[in-house]
Structures are given as C-alpha cells and as structure tokens.
Ligand binder design. Structure first.
Ligand code: SAM
Ligand code: SF4
Ligand code: SF4
Length: 371
C-alpha cells in the first residue's frame, strides 16, 4: 500500500534565514564542505508548476486543482536569482542547471538565461548553462533558448510506447511532441542532448530495450535513472526500483556494452558504451550505488531556499536575506558558512541500510526543490 500522502505546503514552513556572521569573508572560489566536497554545481528551480503529472514526481491525487502552488510574489525574481547565482559562482560554481517543475513554463525564462549567461567564473570563463525539461514546449522555444545563451538541454522521456508514456506523464501528452522537441533542440545546437528515463518497475521497465535501440547510434545520450524516494508523495517502494545492474544486464544481452571512465569527478552517471561503436548510455544509480562522496551540488528552490541535499528536510531562506537588504558580502559569507557545515549523504546512508533507514517524514518535493 502507498504510504500516507503529506501535502507539500507543510514542508515549506521548515525554513529559517541563515545567520549572517559578523566577520565578513571574501570568496576564494575554493569552498569545501565538511566532507571535503567543493561547491561546483547549482540547480535552480524556476517554477514549482508543471503541465505533466508524472506518477513518480507529481502524482495527480496530490497535485490536483486544490493544490497550493507558490504565489507569484513568493518566487525569486530574475534579478534575485542572478544575484544569488553570482555569489555562488564566486564560491566556485561552474555549472548552473535550470529546473523545476517545468522550467519552460516560467514566463520569459530566456531573459533569465541571458542574465546568467553574462556571469563569469573567477578565472573569466562563462558558465556551463543547461536546463532539464519535459520538452513539451521545446520545439517552440529551442531557438530562442539557444540565442539567449543556453548551452545544452537534458530531456526527460520515460517511454516510446504511447500508452506507457501517457500513463507515466498522466496528462495524455504524446511521445511525438517530445521527439519533435528533441529534434528542434538538436537543430538549434543545444547539444550534446541527454535523454533521462526514470525506470519504475512494473510501469515502464519493458521500455528499456526499445529506448536503448531507438537512441543507439543517435547523437543523443540516453540515461537510465533509478526511481528515487524523493519527496513524500510518490509512495516510493524499494521493490519498484529497477537496479542499474539489471538495466545493463538486459541491454548487454542484446547489444554488448563495456564500462568507460567518467568524464569528471562527481559525474552522477556511470558511463557504458556499445562495443560495436553505437555510442554510449548513462546509468544514474542513486539508490543502489550512491554518489554522495563526490556530490558538489547545491539547490535553490523556487522561492529562494538553499538546500544542500536533494533529500533535505529543511532549507535556508536566502530570499529573507535578499529582501532584508543584506549586502552581497553578507549573503556570500552566510553561504560559505552553510557549505562548510554541510555533511549530507542521504543516499549513501540509504544504500547502507535500505530496509532499516528511518526515512525523514518531511522530505521536500522534487518539483519544488528542483530535480
Ligand atoms: N520537468 C522537468 C523534467 O521533467 O525534465 C525538470 C524537473 S524534473 C523534477 C527533473 C528530473 O527529475 C527529471 O528527469 C525527472 O524524470 C526526474 N525525477 C523526478 N522524480 C523522480 C524520482 N522520484 N526518481 C528519479 N527521478 C525523478
Ligand atoms: Fe513535471 Fe518533470 Fe516532475 Fe514530470 S518529472 S511531473 S515533467 S517536474
Ligand atoms: Fe548529493 Fe544528497 Fe544526493 Fe547524496 S543524497 S548525492 S548528498 S543530493
């Protein structure tokens, strides 16, 4: 039986403004947390809304017409997001991913991309600016996104079979429109494009092979994501997780694979390539092979709360500092203190003790914190 559903509104109250230390610091670009992990990656949720109701993320019975999404006044403005991003870049962030909810639903998101595109790292480099999308609006927006300075996109697609995909997105959205979005992004030069497939056992695992066959030899990198116990409303059960090892086993039986080296330390996906030269796939095994030890990601929620882990139960209210007239130096120092104190490693602890782990009751929903 699915576990009890806890509305998100409860969780959003669990946030406090971080303390601002009196002794202010100049960022060095070399911030490290309590487990010696640098701060390199910032994921920004630009909206908590979505036009899909993926069963593993925003199940319809929770995210229904009565659901209290954030009011517009709660959202960080583009100026506020850019100000926070600039502070993070000074601390060492080199990669920014816009997410949500569905980020392309945020009005004029291209304008935000252009503002973030103007930021430079301490050594003068531009950022690796990317976005994760369900692609429903991508065919229409790909060109404008590229022109605004977006480097690449990751597209979520859970099945090629029409019935299965519609059951997963739960709003009857057709596969063909996602494929058209991927094609438009490719033509606009938003590559290399990664395709994310969340595998939920008994729901879409029969699509592993058709998806692998479809994207083999294409310019797109298909990545299989283990269904995670994120949030509090998807009724997650361990027996619905299809381990990455099983995904590899099934594909390898038909299309032989070999494992290859990661591109960089901290890469979330394990990489495998087809022995016949048909390209590569990725496996994101956050349940069976946690990658907390290299996790260099911070998350900024739609309303400006900083989360140091996807499975956090509480965030740090940076918006309160922004709107209280705190200076960049003050906010930067507060962020430095928060990151230095960070010791999150939820997935590792879960892997070590999957059955016995006391799951926090009020984990934040992915659509709010940003996937
Ligand atoms: N709406 C956009 C999309 O779907 O691409 C961006 C936000 S979505 C929360 C980001 C990513 O998180 C997607 O690739 C989605 O499939 C993944 N995701 C959401 N819930 C998940 C879960 N319970 N387990 C694993 N991945 C999940
Ligand atoms: Fe929307 Fe993305 Fe969540 Fe699906 S995974 S409901 S598209 S935010
Ligand atoms: Fe990073 Fe938390 Fe995920 Fe571990 S569980 S990889 S610390 S976000």
């Amino acid at each position: 039986m699915a576990e009890r559903i806890i509305p998100l509104a409860d969780h959003r109250l669990l946030n406090a403004a971080p303390a601002v230390p009196t002794s202010l610091e100049t960022p060095t670009g070399l911030l490290s947390d309590a487990l010696a992990r640098p701060l390199q990656d910032l994921r920004i949720s630009v909206t908590d809304r979505c036009n899909f109701r993926c069963v593993y993320c925003m199940p319809k019975d929770v995210f229904d017409k009565d659901y209290a999404f954030l009011p517009h006044s709660s959202l960080l403005s583009f100026e506020e997001i850019t100000r926070v991003a600039k502070i993070f870049v000074a601390h060492g962030v080199r990669k920014i991913r816009l997410t949500g909810g569905e980020p392309l639903l945020r009005k004029n998101v291209e304008k935000l991309i252009a503002m973030l595109g103007d930021l430079r790292t301490p050594d003068g480099e531009s950022l690796d600016l990317t976005l994760t999308t369900n692609a429903s609006l991508l065919a229409r927006k790909a060109r404008a996104l590229k022109d605004a300075g977006l480097r690449r996109v990751t597209v979520s697609l859970d099945a090629l079979d029409e019935t299965t995909f519609r059951r997963m997105n739960d709003v009857d959205f057709p596969v063909a429109d996602v494929l058209a979005g991927i094609d438009a992004a490719h033509k606009a030069g938003l590559g290399p494009i990664k395709i994310n497939m969340v595998v939920k056992g008994g729901m879409n695992d029969q699509e592993i092979l058709p998806m692998a066959r479809h994207f083999k030899g294409s310019p797109f990198i298909l990545r299989f994501i283990e269904y995670m116990d994120v949030g509090a409303s998807n009724g997650w059960r361990m027996d619905e997780v299809v381990p990455s090892s099983e995904v590899v086993r099934r594909i390898n039986a038909e299309m032989p694979l070999e494992e290859i080296e990661p591109n960089y330390t901290g890469e979330t996906a394990e990489r495998w390539r087809y022995k016949d030269g048909g390209g590569e796939i990725g496996l994101i095994s956050s349940v069976t092979r946690a990658f907390c030890q290299d996790c260099s990601r911070a998350r900024l929620s739609t309303e400006g709360k900083l989360y140091t882990c996807l499975f956090a139960t509480a965030g740090h209210d940076l918006r309160a500092l922004l709107r209280a007239g705190r200076s960049d130096e003050e906010i930067s120092t507060a962020v430095a203190h928060l990151w230095r104190a960070r010791s999150d490693r939820y997935s590792e602890l879960r892997t070590a003790n999957t059955e016995g782990l006391q799951r926090p009751v009020k984990k934040v929903e992915m659509s709010y914190i940003g996937g």
